[in-house]
Design a protein around this ligand. Structure first.
Ligand SMILES: Cc1ncc(COP(=O)(O)O)c(C=O)c1O
Length: 400
């Protein structure tokens, strides 16, 4: 059978690639500590389950294509609570942030069109862009500059007649970078001046550690035509399996185009939208503050443990629950195979996401890894200790 060249060009998730090796390590009786997958262990709020339990209709019908009214209203009210005025017409309910990205990109990109994305980036962007026939032009960053990308000199030379959009992730996965108000303004200005969509993936909005208020690109009223926001309950309410998100934009033409896809896929899951509406209605700043504090404890544990490892370099993450780390090894994929197949300390080993899968430029990121800090501080400290021991054993074996 022949498959489309678009899907053939996509890769498998760098986070899942080592799964068979993990299974084999566990079969040998090893305990594997995870720094590799962004699946929060924080409990999903009871409000979600209660709303689903309280559902008393005789069947589960399709929801309206743009979303269940109470969900759209709850999202609207949530944005109002962070100082942003949107109407329910500016919101489409989607299957997580993932579908919001796919809908937006499908509406915007033609074969051969380009999207600028700062690298390293969330690897699924690559799949979502490629299946439209478009491709990513990476905005280069460096570990030395803490992966910051918002500069005119860096971005404008990459814009050409095929450029249609810029995707930014704020707060950043995998870098933990949080844009300053000036950097956000600059990104909006660049998008406006060059007639580009600015797709702002804000699924980690509340997870910022510097005391700043949760920010959104929707703050910029003057960029109504350019800004598209990708949002989700997955990380905000630790409910990744609820599969509820939103695409938001004040660009009426874009929303009308997006509606064609939303009608085609009929609706986002009815009960999951009701559960999500209940979370939005009952859990706000006090809840976000407690979640933020928990992640900050975890971030601090990881940073403290990493500081003890020789020749390991990183910038302290400002948001989300990830960071990129440069290791003193030739190739972090090879190190990962070694950790799963050969290494153990007291029956334990560790997994992370090798850095290369987060880059669009071939060969970049080979000595970097991405760490997700989504388990308790004690486990994170032990995982980083294992990483240090593993690096030493790997380099020793290479020398020997
Ligand atoms: C940057 C970013 N965007 C989007 C998503 C997709 O999230 P979901 O589809 O669960 O809302 C993720 C998930 O990890 C992510 O890290």
């Amino acid at each position: 059978m022949k498959f489309s060249s678009k899907i053939e060009a996509c890769g498998l998730s760098p986070m899942r690639k080592f799964y068979p090796y993990e299974v084999a390590a566990k079969a040998k009786g090893r305990k594997v500590l995870h720094l590799n997958i962004g699946q929060p262990d924080i409990e999903t709020p009871q409000a979600f389950f209660q709303a689903v339990r309280d559902y008393d209709q005789p069947n589960v019908p399709y929801a309206p294509a743009p979303g269940v009214e109470v969900y759209l209203e709850a999202v609207r009210a949530y944005y109002a609570s962070i100082g942003i005025s949107v109407s329910c017409d500016d919101i489409l309910a989607t299957y997580g942030g993932s579908e919001a990205l796919q809908v937006a990109l499908t509406c915007i990109l033609d074969e051969g069109d380009e999207v600028l994305i700062p690298e390293p980036f969330y690897p699924n962007y690559d799949t979502f862009v490629r299946v439209t026939g478009g491709h990513i032009r990476p905005i280069p960053t460096t570990p030395e500059e803490g992966y910051r990308f918002a500069s005119r000199e860096r971005i404008e030379p990459l814009i050409n007649e095929r450029t249609r959009a810029i995707i930014i992730t704020n707060p950043g996965n995998p870098t933990g970078v949080v844009l300053s108000p000036e950097e956000r303004r600059l990104m909006v200005d660049i998008a406006k001046e060059h007639g580009l969509f600015l797709i702002s993936d804000e699924v980690y909005r509340e997870i910022v550690y510097g005391g700043e208020r949760p920010a959104s690109m929707l703050e910029f009223d003057d960029a109504a035509e350019n800004v598209v926001v990708v949002d989700s309950v997955s990380k905000r309410y630790s409910s990744t399996g609820a599969r509820v998100g939103a695409m938001l934009s004040r660009n009426r033409e874009l929303m009308a185009q997006a509606m064609k896809i939303c009608q085609g896929r009929l609706c986002a899951a009815t009960l999951d939208q009701l559960g999500s509406a209940a979370m939005y209605e009952t859990l706000n700043e006090a809840y976000f503050a407690s979640v933020r504090e928990e992640y900050q404890r975890r971030r601090d544990a990881v940073v403290e443990a990493l500081e003890k490892l020789p020749d390991v370099r990183f910038s302290c993450p400002e948001g989300a629950f990830y960071l990129m780390v440069t290791l003193p090894v030739d190739d972090t994929e090879k190190l990962q195979y070694f950790l799963l197949e050969e290494f153990e300390d007291q029956g334990e080993t560790v997994m992370y996401a090798p850095g290369e899968g987060f880059y669009g430029t071939p060969g970049k990121g080979r000595n970097e890894i991405r760490i997700a800090y989504v388990t308790n501080p004690a486990e994170l400290r032990r995982a980083i200790e294992l990483l240090g021991l593993g690096i030493a054993a790997y380099n020793e074996r290479k020398r020997g």
